[in-house]
Design a protein around this ligand. Structure first.
Ligand SMILES: Cc1ncc(COP(=O)(O)O)c(C=O)c1O
Length: 363
């Protein structure tokens, strides 16, 4: 994009001139590329998902002409069934990024600051700036773990990614309950984008805590990043705030294809479970292989790992991998600039990564 001059920016709303937008991981068009940079699932979604998308067009000539269900009821029902909650506990949105945006607007625009860790999903500061949310950033400890006691101070809300990104480390439900108990008057959001790869979900706590919102996505464990379906689970008084925000912004965020495909995914639980087990097994194998060649890998409960090689600069390593057609995520940020975030691929893809490191880069 060409540079926009200050003169041209005079047309922009003043607040938009100051925005620092989120920068998504690259989606480059390079041949024979091994893309291990955006935590997509290496396996396709359930075949039933593809059939459901095709059926949308085949079954109704009006599928494109008419608006979809503004409430996406079929999808909410499928999620409620799979998550063992009532339909009234479910909110859906165009990717969990949109659900998170509505969460920031619905709960976090308060007098007191929202608390979140210094190293976490990099969209939180972006939404905070966008919605004018005050923030207080709390450092993870030296092992990149959350210090639960830090979350026992006055606040306007709390958001914790579990397992955390990009560190991959998970926080147990005991610690999450401690945070919930200590903050009965503010909303605690647990962003569980990666929970299906080995962490325990806080959805089981929703009935007990009237201040808990759990956010999940179909992008990772259901291989549907291209579909854009995310959801939140909470008690109905919190869901009502999210619906109010959604219906003040876009009443039809879920198109017909997204609804049909995600329903099919939630109904095919055995495919989902088998596929996640494969990713977890591949992760363990990759960690062992990387340990063997000198990497330190943080304990992962996600579909990615966070790894450093003491003998080599992480930025250089990312660049050398890239020259060989392998893309991993490198964050040039304080505390984590000697780590690489590597998405778990198929066993074959992981082997290509290990072989490239072992036989080409680190020789
Ligand atoms: C922690 C976390 N939350 C939310 C998201 C957003 O996922 P999506 O908008 O694809 O549902 C991501 C995506 O990478 C993530 O890492």
């Amino acid at each position: 994009m060409s540079t926009i001059t200050t003169q041209q920016k005079r047309f922009w709303s003043p607040a938009v001139r100051e925005l620092e937008p989120y920068v998504p991981g690259e989606q480059p068009k390079i041949q024979n590329l091994l893309k291990l940079n955006t935590n997509e699932n290496p396996y396709p979604p359930s075949p039933k998902v593809v059939a459901a998308v095709q059926a949308v067009l085949e079954n109704s000539a009006d599928a494109l002409r008419l608006y979809p269900d503004p409430d996406a009821s079929a999808l909410k029902q499928a999620i409620a069934k799979q998550q063992h909650v009532a339909v009234e506990n479910v909110f859906v949105g165009n990717g969990s990024d949109e659900v998170l945006a509505h969460i920031f607007k619905a709960f976090f625009v308060q007098e007191l600051p929202v608390l979140y860790p210094d190293i976490t999903y990099s969209f939180y500061p972006v939404y905070s700036q966008f919605f004018g949310v005050k923030t207080k950033i709390l450092p993870l400890n030296d092992n990149f773990e959350i210090v639960v006691d830090d979350y026992k101070q006055p606040n306007g809300g709390i958001i914790i990614t579990n397992p955390n990104a990009p560190t991959s480390i998970d926080l147990g439900l005991v610690a999450i309950e401690e945070v919930l108990e200590a903050n009965p008057d503010s909303v605690v959001v647990i962003d569980e984008a990666y929970v299906d790869f080995g962490a325990e979900s806080a959805v089981s706590l929703v009935e007990k805590y009237d201040n808990l919102v759990v956010c999940q996505t179909t992008s990772k464990s259901r291989s549907l990043a291209g579909l854009r379906v995310g959801f939140a689970i909470a008690q109905p008084h919190l869901i009502a705030a999210l619906e109010a925000v959604k219906n003040s912004f876009n009443s039809y965020p879920m198109d017909r294809f997204a609804i049909a495909a995600a329903v099919a995914s939630f109904e095919d639980q055995s495919y989902f479970e088998a596929q996640n087990q494969k990713v977890i097994a591949s992760r363990e194998q990759l960690v062992a292989q990387l340990n063997e060649i000198g990497f330190k890998v943080l304990p992962s409960s996600a579909n990615f790992i966070f790894a450093s090689l003491p003998a080599k600069d992480a930025g250089e390593l990312a660049a050398e991998l890239r020259e060989r057609g392998i893309i991993v995520r490198y964050f040039n940020k304080p505390r984590i600039n000697q780590y690489l975030r590597i998405t778990i691929g198929t066993d074959e893809q992981n082997q290509r990564l290990v072989d490239t490191l072992k036989n080409d880069i680190l020789v």
